[in-house]
Write a protein that binds this ligand. Sequence first.
Ligand code: ADP
Length: 504
Amino acid sequence: MKKKQTKKPKAPKTEKRSRFDKFAFRARQNASSIYFLLWAIFGALSLVIVLVSGFSQQMVLAQSYREQAARELLDKGQKIEREISREPPDWAGGNYSGYIRMLAQNHDVDIRILDEEGTLLFPREHNFDPSAPEVEEILDFSEEIEMLFENLEGKAYTMYETNNEFVYGAKVELLPNANTYLYVTQSLKFLETVSARMNVRMMLVSVFLFVLSFVVTSAVAGWFTTPITEMTQKAHQLAQGNFDVDFHGGNYSKEMVELAEALNYARDELSKTDRMQKELIANVSHDFKTPLTMIKGYASMIMEISGDIPEKRNKHAQVIVDEADRLTSLVNDVLDLSKIGSGIETFKEEEVDMSAYVYEILDRFAYLHETKGYTFVTEIEEGLRTVADEGKIGQVLYNLIGNAVNYTGEDNRVYVSLKKISEDVFRFSVRDTGKGIKPEELSGIWERYYRSKDNHKRPVQGTGLGLSIVKRILERHRFHYGVESKVGEGSIFYVDFPIKTLDK
Ligand code: ADP
């Protein structure tokens, strides 16, 4: 029976968590969005500015208030001193305490007359008569008088600051038989009021700046994020194969405009590659089809007709072999290009005697001299060495010479040279006498899948991939290369090799 107590499914919990995850993810994304970052930066910056300027202002103002209060108290103290010296106490019933209180009120300070013990003489509830036997009211200012003595030290008057007030003190001659001291104070409490008021003002300014930074950020972030969001959407469309998208970087930021330009460039390149890839598939399938048809045709011929006639059979079998070779080289080219292009292939570093190597490659074309009357005019300096991947460089030379053979003129001449052009560089060049390449086509010929529309005699089989393989190999080697061509006169393809040996 226990088995029946199955647990409730946990589905709702997972849903909750995933909803929370989504929320957290969105929060993280929002927190890293330009909008939020800008706002946080603006907000923090304005807060720092308000605080720094507020505090420094407060310090400067408090200081100047303090200095002004000190100056005023000095002034008041001296005036009060003069006034009470002019009006000595009237012991016969005059209200001297009242007089002192009035002075204090007029000058907005506290005034006390103390004796040397620190006893408060004036102002008091009752007029003080030192000869009276009973003193009803004794107020003790002994600590204050001590401090006054310390500051006075033989001077006529003094000014100083205690914890919470400014003090003006002076010795005054008021009573015939006693030393009397004027003790005037001004409370510093008003400074607290001043700073409290400034704090309120600072808070108001902070709130205002916060709101302002929010508004400014909204506008500024809009300038930046709108083009970015648009570009992101368009990049998605581009990724889905829409090459008609046009990226705009807005009008506010140079970087954004550059990003848009880069994306437009990427779009152009992608669409070019896409177009060429489609063309390649068409080309390659066409190129595959021709030899395959031939192979099938000649194989059927051997089966049905020439099988018993050795001479004819051999001829037909040779066609099959040649066509199979064509297919092989086509497949090899496609493979090479994809391997070099994807960067998976490592290039060797070998010392190559290029002078000997050029002859070796030329030997592969020797049959063209005998069968089709081609002439190879060579001018090759001896002993020129470089460091490179020999096999790959062989492919470069073979492709360039093969093209010259394919595209040279009626004279069937191809000029091959290998010459030192500076202290540490030698140049391989191959020249033909053909139609040349139109200036507008010059940059295109190095592209993958580029193939001239012209129909050429092609003694050397081409796939339209040769020059892009050459380009990639030379770029991986970081060798300088190029082409010079004049329409109607022919073309020169060249490669510059560094003079180098392995021990150098
Ligand atoms: P292909 O197999 O078509 O020769 P390449 O990549 O070797 O492919 O060359 C690309 C294109 O460059 C050729 O289709 C041709 O239009 C042009 N080209 C290459 N070499 C020459 C040359 N020596 N003279 C004129 N055009 C050339």
